[in-house]
Design a protein around this ligand. Structure first.
Ligand SMILES: NC(=O)c1ccc[n+]([C@@H]2O[C@H](COP(=O)([O-])OP(=O)(O)OC[C@H]3O[C@@H](n4cnc5c(N)ncnc54)[C@H](O)[C@@H]3O)[C@@H](O)[C@H]2O)c1
Length: 331
């Protein structure tokens, strides 16, 4: 199978690609080639199949069409401007998060021409939507049929993109599954412009021996998953039967509802002392609108594996990313 990862140079894109390279197949089907596409061409990846690294803009039809050659069976669409950045720069968020997705739909539609006449299946498109596409805040426990009422532009752009992907699936241009990812912790590397960046920083920075600010209280609850589990869910969504989804292509995966205090309890006392209480109304205002928990009943029934606890998340970070993060940051 030919696979394209849009946003393939980013955090989850790289993780997805590395797992493909390690396993060589997806759902029992051998990977025949991989395209990694990002604003700047992603760095090369050693793999048992050919890997092409392309630079381009997800909002350009020419660039995206070049990244999705005929015969592509899976497009993993991760390219995005993250939450606080999309809130700070409305035009950029609209261009990348909404018009970028429209461009992906158009590129697949062009490819799907023959499929509509029954010659080939349309490509599966995995879209990473977000918990931020919902409102409800700290008190929320959202069922699968909860309405998406986002309280920020990023969430609105994700929800709008989901609807359009759903309709494109109904039309047979593509075959979408939108996974509304929880906040993914622990993100390696450095803090980024996501409003949720601190949820990773309060675990990662102390493990590196560095101080880090905590902009919300310890009783603040958040819906999280690990990078490993996020990639597991994407792998599952890549090969699952989509007929049982009907027209509803959005999945709330089974993440973990956890408080900041419970996260900090997984650190040693010395590590915990590096987390400094510094309330930040702007950050709290964005993440405070996101729901803290979902029932995720449908996803469990569809075979998505539930997220395990914070100690396991921290152990996976130590195993997968701590050494590389230390090296990258010269620590
Ligand atoms: N990490 C999380 O906690 C989280 C939570 C919910 C949803 N998501 C979603 O998952 C996806 C991946 O997240 P991530 O954490 O890997 O983010 P990331 O920022 O590491 O990766 C996104 C990639 O998109 C690329 N990109 C941005 N604008 C582009 C453009 N115009 N053209 C081409 N590429 C462009 C960036 O360069 C980046 O490499 C995103 O869609 C994000 O919205 C992430």
């Amino acid at each position: 199978m030919q696979i394209t990862i849009l946003g393939g140079g980013g955090f989850l894109g790289r993780k997805f690609a590395e797992r493909l390279a390690a396993e060589g197949h997806l759902g029992g089907q051998p990977v025949t080639s991989l395209v990694l596409f990002d604003l700047a061409a992603p760095r090369p990846l050693a793999a048992p199949f050919p890997v092409t690294c392309l630079g381009g803009d997800v909002a350009s039809l020419a660039d995206v069409s070049a990244a999705i050659p005929p015969g592509t069976s899976l497009v993993v669409h991760l390219a995005a401007v993250v939450s606080a950045a999309a809130e700070a720069d409305f035009d950029l968020g609209m261009r990348v998060n909404l018009h970028g997705t429209l461009t992906v739909i158009e590129a697949c539609r062009k490819l799907a021409g023959p499929a509509i006449h029954g010659l080939a299946a349309p490509p599966r498109v995995l879209f990473t939507s977000s918990v931020a596409s919902f409102g409800g805040g700290q008190a929320a426990l959202l069922p699968d049929d909860a309405r998406q009422i986002p309280t920020n532009s990023y969430g609105a752009q994700k929800a709008a993109a989901e609807l359009l992907l759903q309709d494109a699936s109904r039309k047979g241009f593509l075959d979408a599954v939108s996974i509304r990812l929880p906040t993914v912790i622990v993100r390696p590397g450095r803090p980024n412009k996501a409003a949720s960046s601190f949820f990773s920083a309060i675990l990662r920075e102390p493990l590196l021996g560095l101080e880090t600010p905590l902009p919300v209280g310890e009783d603040f609850r958040v819906w999280v998953c690990s990078p490993r589990r996020a990639v597991d869910w994407l792998f599952h969504a890549a090969v699952m039967e989509t007929a049982p989804l009907g027209v509803d292509r959005g999945i709330n995966p089974p993440g973990l509802a956890v408080s900041v205090g419970e996260m900090l309890a997984a650190l040693s006392p010395a590590e915990r002392a590096l987390v400094k209480r510094e309330p930040d109304a702007a950050i709290a205002g964005i993440v405070g609108g996101w729901p803290a928990e979902f029932t995720a009943t449908r996803a469990r029934a569809l075979g998505f594996t539930p997220q395990e606890g914070v100690p396991q998340i921290l152990a996976a970070f130590r195993e997968d990313d701590l050494a590389a993060t230390r090296a990258e940051r010269g620590l």
